[in-house]
Design a protein around this ligand. Structure first.
Ligand code: AMP
Ligand code: MG
Length: 364
Protein backbone atom coordinates (compact mmCIF):
# COMPACT_ATOMS: atom_id res chain seq x y z
CA UNK A 1 0.00 0.00 0.00
CA UNK A 2 1.17 3.52 -0.74
CA UNK A 3 0.67 5.50 2.45
CA UNK A 4 -1.91 8.19 2.02
CA UNK A 5 -2.77 7.47 -1.61
CA UNK A 6 -6.36 6.35 -2.06
CA UNK A 7 -6.54 2.82 -3.41
CA UNK A 8 -8.80 1.89 -6.23
CA UNK A 9 -10.97 -0.81 -4.73
CA UNK A 10 -12.80 -1.23 -8.05
CA UNK A 11 -9.85 -3.35 -9.05
CA UNK A 12 -8.62 -4.28 -5.64
CA UNK A 13 -6.40 -7.19 -6.51
CA UNK A 14 -2.69 -7.32 -5.84
CA UNK A 15 -2.70 -5.26 -2.64
CA UNK A 16 0.12 -6.31 -0.31
CA UNK A 17 -1.83 -7.60 2.70
CA UNK A 18 0.11 -6.99 5.92
CA UNK A 19 -0.21 -9.88 8.36
CA UNK A 20 0.29 -8.82 11.99
CA UNK A 21 0.09 -10.99 15.11
CA UNK A 22 -1.25 -9.11 18.11
CA UNK A 23 -1.41 -9.95 21.78
CA UNK A 24 -5.05 -10.84 22.31
CA UNK A 25 -5.19 -9.84 25.97
CA UNK A 26 -3.05 -6.67 25.87
CA UNK A 27 -2.88 -5.72 22.20
CA UNK A 28 0.22 -3.65 21.42
CA UNK A 29 -0.77 0.02 21.08
CA UNK A 30 1.51 0.64 18.09
CA UNK A 31 -0.03 -2.27 16.14
CA UNK A 32 -3.57 -1.05 16.83
CA UNK A 33 -2.47 2.45 15.81
CA UNK A 34 -1.10 1.10 12.51
CA UNK A 35 -4.47 -0.53 11.82
CA UNK A 36 -6.33 2.59 12.93
CA UNK A 37 -4.29 4.72 10.52
CA UNK A 38 -5.16 2.47 7.57
CA UNK A 39 -8.85 2.74 8.47
CA UNK A 40 -8.67 6.52 8.71
CA UNK A 41 -6.98 6.61 5.29
CA UNK A 42 -9.83 4.66 3.70
CA UNK A 43 -8.24 1.19 3.74
CA UNK A 44 -9.50 -2.24 4.79
CA UNK A 45 -8.37 -4.04 7.96
CA UNK A 46 -9.50 -7.52 9.04
CA UNK A 47 -9.58 -8.05 12.80
CA UNK A 48 -10.67 -10.61 15.38
CA UNK A 49 -13.91 -10.19 17.29
CA UNK A 50 -15.41 -12.55 19.85
CA UNK A 51 -17.83 -13.86 17.17
CA UNK A 52 -15.88 -14.22 13.90
CA UNK A 53 -13.21 -12.15 12.09
CA UNK A 54 -14.52 -8.87 10.68
CA UNK A 55 -13.44 -6.84 7.64
CA UNK A 56 -13.43 -3.21 8.70
CA UNK A 57 -13.61 0.16 6.93
CA UNK A 58 -14.32 3.68 8.17
CA UNK A 59 -18.13 3.67 8.44
CA UNK A 60 -18.28 7.39 7.68
CA UNK A 61 -16.42 7.02 4.37
CA UNK A 62 -18.72 5.66 1.65
CA UNK A 63 -15.82 5.03 -0.72
CA UNK A 64 -13.94 2.94 1.85
CA UNK A 65 -17.11 1.00 2.63
CA UNK A 66 -17.54 0.21 -1.08
CA UNK A 67 -14.14 -1.46 -0.88
CA UNK A 68 -15.57 -4.01 1.56
CA UNK A 69 -18.29 -5.01 -0.91
CA UNK A 70 -15.73 -5.24 -3.68
CA UNK A 71 -13.24 -7.37 -1.72
CA UNK A 72 -15.91 -9.78 -0.48
CA UNK A 73 -18.01 -9.86 -3.64
CA UNK A 74 -20.92 -8.92 -1.36
CA UNK A 75 -24.22 -7.88 -2.96
CA UNK A 76 -24.59 -4.09 -2.56
CA UNK A 77 -28.10 -4.45 -1.09
CA UNK A 78 -26.84 -6.34 1.98
CA UNK A 79 -26.15 -3.72 4.69
CA UNK A 80 -23.22 -3.76 7.13
CA UNK A 81 -23.02 -3.65 10.91
CA UNK A 82 -21.35 -0.55 12.33
CA UNK A 83 -18.98 -1.34 15.21
CA UNK A 84 -18.28 1.15 17.98
CA UNK A 85 -15.91 1.14 20.96
CA UNK A 86 -18.23 3.04 23.31
CA UNK A 87 -21.94 3.67 23.76
CA UNK A 88 -21.44 7.39 23.31
CA UNK A 89 -20.18 6.75 19.77
CA UNK A 90 -23.65 5.76 18.54
CA UNK A 91 -24.88 9.32 19.14
CA UNK A 92 -24.25 10.61 15.63
CA UNK A 93 -25.21 7.35 13.94
CA UNK A 94 -28.84 7.00 15.04
CA UNK A 95 -31.87 9.26 14.93
CA UNK A 96 -33.09 8.09 18.32
CA UNK A 97 -32.54 5.23 20.75
CA UNK A 98 -35.54 4.01 22.74
CA UNK A 99 -35.15 3.14 26.43
CA UNK A 100 -35.15 -0.55 25.64
CA UNK A 101 -32.02 -0.07 23.49
CA UNK A 102 -30.23 1.34 26.53
CA UNK A 103 -31.36 -1.58 28.69
CA UNK A 104 -30.07 -4.02 26.08
CA UNK A 105 -26.73 -2.20 25.85
CA UNK A 106 -26.44 -2.28 29.65
CA UNK A 107 -27.04 -6.01 29.61
CA UNK A 108 -25.15 -7.19 26.52
CA UNK A 109 -22.59 -4.60 25.37
CA UNK A 110 -19.80 -5.11 24.81
CA UNK A 111 -20.84 -8.44 23.30
CA UNK A 112 -22.41 -10.34 20.39
CA UNK A 113 -25.67 -8.37 20.15
CA UNK A 114 -26.36 -6.12 17.14
CA UNK A 115 -29.29 -3.75 17.45
CA UNK A 116 -31.13 -2.06 14.60
CA UNK A 117 -32.27 1.55 15.12
CA UNK A 118 -33.44 4.41 12.89
CA UNK A 119 -30.38 5.72 11.06
CA UNK A 120 -28.95 9.20 11.69
CA UNK A 121 -27.81 11.67 9.04
CA UNK A 122 -24.08 11.02 8.98
CA UNK A 123 -24.15 7.38 7.86
CA UNK A 124 -23.41 6.83 4.16
CA UNK A 125 -26.00 4.90 2.14
CA UNK A 126 -23.35 2.26 1.27
CA UNK A 127 -23.40 1.11 4.91
CA UNK A 128 -27.17 0.76 5.24
CA UNK A 129 -27.77 -0.28 1.62
CA UNK A 130 -30.15 2.67 1.45
CA UNK A 131 -32.37 1.51 4.35
CA UNK A 132 -33.62 4.01 6.91
CA UNK A 133 -32.20 1.87 9.73
CA UNK A 134 -28.67 1.07 10.88
CA UNK A 135 -27.22 -2.00 12.62
CA UNK A 136 -24.91 -1.30 15.58
CA UNK A 137 -22.69 -3.39 17.79
CA UNK A 138 -19.99 -2.93 20.40
CA UNK A 139 -17.75 -6.02 20.28
CA UNK A 140 -16.04 -7.24 23.44
CA UNK A 141 -12.78 -8.53 21.93
CA UNK A 142 -9.86 -6.39 23.18
CA UNK A 143 -8.28 -6.23 19.70
CA UNK A 144 -11.56 -5.15 18.06
CA UNK A 145 -12.21 -2.54 20.75
CA UNK A 146 -8.61 -1.30 20.63
CA UNK A 147 -8.62 -1.03 16.83
CA UNK A 148 -11.90 0.92 16.70
CA UNK A 149 -10.64 3.18 19.46
CA UNK A 150 -7.36 3.75 17.62
CA UNK A 151 -9.21 4.46 14.35
CA UNK A 152 -11.22 7.16 16.11
CA UNK A 153 -14.17 6.48 13.79
CA UNK A 154 -17.00 3.93 13.81
CA UNK A 155 -16.03 0.83 11.83
CA UNK A 156 -18.37 -0.87 9.36
CA UNK A 157 -17.51 -4.55 9.32
CA UNK A 158 -19.12 -7.68 7.92
CA UNK A 159 -17.48 -11.07 8.33
CA UNK A 160 -14.07 -11.17 6.62
CA UNK A 161 -14.84 -13.95 4.14
CA UNK A 162 -15.59 -14.08 0.44
CA UNK A 163 -19.36 -13.70 0.19
CA UNK A 164 -21.15 -17.02 0.43
CA UNK A 165 -18.25 -18.87 2.10
CA UNK A 166 -18.26 -19.94 5.76
CA UNK A 167 -17.35 -17.03 8.05
CA UNK A 168 -13.69 -16.91 9.16
CA UNK A 169 -12.84 -17.83 12.73
CA UNK A 170 -9.05 -17.56 12.29
CA UNK A 171 -6.70 -15.09 10.57
CA UNK A 172 -5.66 -17.91 8.21
CA UNK A 173 -9.29 -18.27 7.02
CA UNK A 174 -9.24 -14.54 6.23
CA UNK A 175 -6.00 -14.83 4.26
CA UNK A 176 -7.33 -17.85 2.37
CA UNK A 177 -10.24 -15.75 1.10
CA UNK A 178 -8.95 -12.18 0.92
CA UNK A 179 -5.14 -12.06 0.73
CA UNK A 180 -4.12 -9.49 -1.89
CA UNK A 181 -7.44 -7.68 -1.64
CA UNK A 182 -7.23 -6.01 1.77
CA UNK A 183 -4.55 -3.93 3.50
CA UNK A 184 -4.06 -5.70 6.81
CA UNK A 185 -5.04 -8.71 8.93
CA UNK A 186 -4.64 -8.52 12.69
CA UNK A 187 -4.24 -12.05 14.07
CA UNK A 188 -5.61 -12.40 17.60
CA UNK A 189 -6.05 -16.18 17.58
CA UNK A 190 -9.26 -18.13 17.01
CA UNK A 191 -12.59 -16.34 17.57
CA UNK A 192 -14.28 -17.65 20.72
CA UNK A 193 -18.04 -17.68 20.05
CA UNK A 194 -17.65 -18.86 16.47
CA UNK A 195 -21.02 -17.71 15.08
CA UNK A 196 -21.95 -14.11 14.29
CA UNK A 197 -23.81 -11.67 16.51
CA UNK A 198 -27.54 -11.82 17.14
CA UNK A 199 -29.29 -9.17 15.01
CA UNK A 200 -32.23 -7.65 16.91
CA UNK A 201 -34.53 -5.15 15.18
CA UNK A 202 -35.84 -2.48 17.56
CA UNK A 203 -37.67 -0.50 14.87
CA UNK A 204 -40.58 -2.96 14.62
CA UNK A 205 -43.62 -2.90 16.93
CA UNK A 206 -42.01 -5.76 18.92
CA UNK A 207 -38.25 -6.40 19.24
CA UNK A 208 -37.53 -9.11 16.67
CA UNK A 209 -34.53 -11.37 16.17
CA UNK A 210 -33.66 -11.22 12.47
CA UNK A 211 -30.58 -13.42 12.85
CA UNK A 212 -29.92 -15.74 15.80
CA UNK A 213 -26.36 -15.52 17.11
CA UNK A 214 -24.10 -15.29 20.13
CA UNK A 215 -26.78 -13.86 22.45
CA UNK A 216 -29.65 -16.34 22.71
CA UNK A 217 -33.41 -15.56 22.65
CA UNK A 218 -33.50 -16.98 26.18
CA UNK A 219 -30.98 -14.34 27.31
CA UNK A 220 -32.88 -11.56 25.49
CA UNK A 221 -36.08 -12.63 27.28
CA UNK A 222 -34.43 -11.90 30.62
CA UNK A 223 -34.34 -8.21 29.62
CA UNK A 224 -37.28 -7.94 27.22
CA UNK A 225 -39.76 -10.33 28.82
CA UNK A 226 -40.62 -11.77 25.42
CA UNK A 227 -38.90 -11.66 22.06
CA UNK A 228 -40.09 -12.41 18.54
CA UNK A 229 -37.92 -14.52 16.31
CA UNK A 230 -38.47 -13.84 12.62
CA UNK A 231 -39.60 -17.13 11.00
CA UNK A 232 -37.00 -16.64 8.27
CA UNK A 233 -34.32 -16.70 10.96
CA UNK A 234 -35.45 -20.17 12.00
CA UNK A 235 -35.46 -21.84 8.64
CA UNK A 236 -33.39 -21.59 5.52
CA UNK A 237 -34.95 -18.75 3.60
CA UNK A 238 -37.83 -20.63 2.03
CA UNK A 239 -40.47 -18.20 3.23
CA UNK A 240 -42.62 -15.96 1.11
CA UNK A 241 -42.12 -12.24 0.81
CA UNK A 242 -39.28 -9.83 1.24
CA UNK A 243 -36.92 -10.71 4.08
CA UNK A 244 -36.63 -8.11 6.86
CA UNK A 245 -32.89 -8.52 6.93
CA UNK A 246 -31.55 -8.35 3.38
CA UNK A 247 -28.81 -10.81 4.30
CA UNK A 248 -31.40 -13.50 4.89
CA UNK A 249 -32.12 -13.99 1.22
CA UNK A 250 -28.63 -15.13 0.30
CA UNK A 251 -27.21 -18.63 0.54
CA UNK A 252 -24.40 -18.48 3.03
CA UNK A 253 -21.70 -20.42 4.72
CA UNK A 254 -21.67 -23.00 1.97
CA UNK A 255 -18.84 -25.50 1.75
CA UNK A 256 -17.93 -26.70 -1.76
CA UNK A 257 -19.48 -30.13 -1.22
CA UNK A 258 -23.24 -30.50 -1.12
CA UNK A 259 -24.57 -30.44 2.43
CA UNK A 260 -27.58 -32.40 3.59
CA UNK A 261 -28.88 -32.08 7.16
CA UNK A 262 -30.69 -34.86 8.97
CA UNK A 263 -32.81 -33.62 11.86
CA UNK A 264 -34.75 -35.58 14.47
CA UNK A 265 -34.09 -37.82 17.49
CA UNK A 266 -30.39 -38.59 17.81
CA UNK A 267 -30.72 -42.40 17.34
CA UNK A 268 -32.98 -42.07 14.29
CA UNK A 269 -30.67 -39.46 12.80
CA UNK A 270 -27.63 -41.70 13.20
CA UNK A 271 -29.42 -44.62 11.51
CA UNK A 272 -30.56 -42.44 8.62
CA UNK A 273 -27.09 -41.01 8.08
CA UNK A 274 -25.53 -44.47 7.97
CA UNK A 275 -28.19 -45.61 5.49
CA UNK A 276 -27.75 -42.55 3.25
CA UNK A 277 -23.96 -42.78 3.43
CA UNK A 278 -23.91 -46.36 2.23
CA UNK A 279 -26.39 -45.56 -0.55
CA UNK A 280 -24.26 -42.68 -1.81
CA UNK A 281 -21.01 -44.61 -1.46
CA UNK A 282 -22.54 -47.42 -3.54
CA UNK A 283 -23.06 -44.80 -6.24
CA UNK A 284 -19.37 -43.97 -6.09
CA UNK A 285 -19.71 -40.65 -4.26
CA UNK A 286 -17.30 -39.60 -1.51
CA UNK A 287 -19.21 -38.91 1.68
CA UNK A 288 -18.36 -36.75 4.72
CA UNK A 289 -20.13 -36.79 8.08
CA UNK A 290 -20.46 -33.74 10.32
CA UNK A 291 -21.01 -35.13 13.78
CA UNK A 292 -20.25 -34.56 17.47
CA UNK A 293 -18.07 -36.04 20.20
CA UNK A 294 -21.17 -37.23 22.08
CA UNK A 295 -22.89 -38.72 19.00
CA UNK A 296 -23.00 -42.21 17.51
CA UNK A 297 -19.79 -43.73 16.15
CA UNK A 298 -19.57 -43.10 12.41
CA UNK A 299 -16.19 -44.79 11.85
CA UNK A 300 -16.10 -46.32 8.34
CA UNK A 301 -19.22 -44.39 7.35
CA UNK A 302 -17.30 -41.61 5.63
CA UNK A 303 -14.81 -38.80 6.30
CA UNK A 304 -15.91 -37.82 9.83
CA UNK A 305 -15.34 -34.36 11.34
CA UNK A 306 -16.44 -33.93 14.97
CA UNK A 307 -17.64 -30.46 15.91
CA UNK A 308 -17.78 -30.13 19.72
CA UNK A 309 -20.50 -31.79 21.81
CA UNK A 310 -24.16 -31.68 20.74
CA UNK A 311 -25.18 -31.39 24.40
CA UNK A 312 -23.13 -28.16 24.63
CA UNK A 313 -24.10 -26.03 21.62
CA UNK A 314 -21.44 -23.37 22.46
CA UNK A 315 -18.76 -25.94 21.67
CA UNK A 316 -20.42 -26.67 18.32
CA UNK A 317 -20.72 -22.95 17.48
CA UNK A 318 -17.03 -22.41 18.19
CA UNK A 319 -15.95 -25.05 15.65
CA UNK A 320 -18.71 -25.09 13.03
CA UNK A 321 -17.27 -22.74 10.38
CA UNK A 322 -13.76 -24.17 10.69
CA UNK A 323 -15.24 -27.64 10.12
CA UNK A 324 -17.12 -26.52 7.00
CA UNK A 325 -13.86 -25.04 5.67
CA UNK A 326 -11.98 -28.23 6.58
CA UNK A 327 -14.34 -30.27 4.40
CA UNK A 328 -13.23 -28.07 1.50
CA UNK A 329 -9.73 -29.49 1.93
CA UNK A 330 -10.99 -33.05 1.47
CA UNK A 331 -12.34 -34.63 -1.71
CA UNK A 332 -15.74 -35.18 -0.13
CA UNK A 333 -18.66 -34.53 -2.52
CA UNK A 334 -21.56 -34.85 -0.09
CA UNK A 335 -21.62 -33.92 3.60
CA UNK A 336 -24.27 -35.48 5.82
CA UNK A 337 -24.72 -33.35 8.95
CA UNK A 338 -26.54 -34.24 12.14
CA UNK A 339 -28.92 -31.53 13.33
CA UNK A 340 -28.79 -30.43 16.98
CA UNK A 341 -31.44 -28.97 19.31
CA UNK A 342 -32.59 -25.42 18.61
CA UNK A 343 -32.04 -24.45 22.27
CA UNK A 344 -29.61 -21.69 23.33
CA UNK A 345 -26.82 -21.09 20.82
CA UNK A 346 -28.11 -24.25 19.09
CA UNK A 347 -30.59 -21.95 17.30
CA UNK A 348 -27.74 -19.97 15.71
CA UNK A 349 -25.88 -23.18 14.85
CA UNK A 350 -28.91 -24.67 13.10
CA UNK A 351 -29.64 -21.38 11.30
CA UNK A 352 -26.11 -21.42 9.82
CA UNK A 353 -26.24 -25.14 8.98
CA UNK A 354 -29.65 -24.85 7.31
CA UNK A 355 -28.43 -21.92 5.24
CA UNK A 356 -25.25 -23.75 4.31
CA UNK A 357 -27.43 -26.66 3.19
CA UNK A 358 -29.54 -24.32 1.04
CA UNK A 359 -32.66 -25.87 2.57
CA UNK A 360 -31.68 -29.54 1.96
CA UNK A 361 -33.02 -31.04 5.19
CA UNK A 362 -34.41 -34.49 5.95
CA UNK A 363 -36.59 -34.96 9.02
CA UNK A 364 -36.67 -38.43 10.55
P1 AMP B 1 -22.50 -9.83 8.41
O1 AMP B 1 -21.91 -8.53 8.77
O2 AMP B 1 -21.92 -10.45 7.18
O3 AMP B 1 -22.50 -10.73 9.58
O4 AMP B 1 -24.02 -9.52 8.08
C1 AMP B 1 -24.75 -8.55 8.78
C2 AMP B 1 -26.21 -8.95 8.83
O5 AMP B 1 -26.96 -7.89 9.42
C3 AMP B 1 -26.79 -9.23 7.46
O6 AMP B 1 -27.66 -10.32 7.54
C4 AMP B 1 -27.53 -7.94 7.17
O7 AMP B 1 -28.58 -8.12 6.24
C5 AMP B 1 -28.02 -7.53 8.56
N1 AMP B 1 -28.27 -6.09 8.64
C6 AMP B 1 -27.36 -5.11 8.67
N2 AMP B 1 -27.96 -3.90 8.73
C7 AMP B 1 -29.29 -4.12 8.74
C8 AMP B 1 -30.45 -3.29 8.80
N3 AMP B 1 -30.35 -1.97 8.84
N4 AMP B 1 -31.66 -3.90 8.79
C9 AMP B 1 -31.76 -5.24 8.75
N5 AMP B 1 -30.72 -6.08 8.70
C10 AMP B 1 -29.49 -5.54 8.69
MG1 MG C 1 -21.21 -12.53 6.87
Amino acid sequence: MHEGSPKNYDTNKGIATKYIKVNLVNPEAELLEAGGLILRQGGLVAFPTETVYGLGANALDGRAVKGIFQAKGRPADNPLIVHVASREAIGGLVKEAPGVAKELMDAFWPGPLTIILPVGKGVPAEVTAGLDTVALRMPRHPVALGLIHAAGVPVAAPSANTSGRPSPTTAQHVLNDLEGQIDMVLDGGPAGVGVESTVLDLTLPEPTVLRPGGITPEELCLVLGTVNVDPQALYANKGEGRPRSPGMKYTHYAPRAQLLIVEGRAEAVALKIKELASEYRDRGRRVGILSYEDSADFTNTGEVILVGRRSQPETVAAKLFAALRLFDETDVELILAEGIDDRGVGLAVMNRLRKAAGGRIIHV
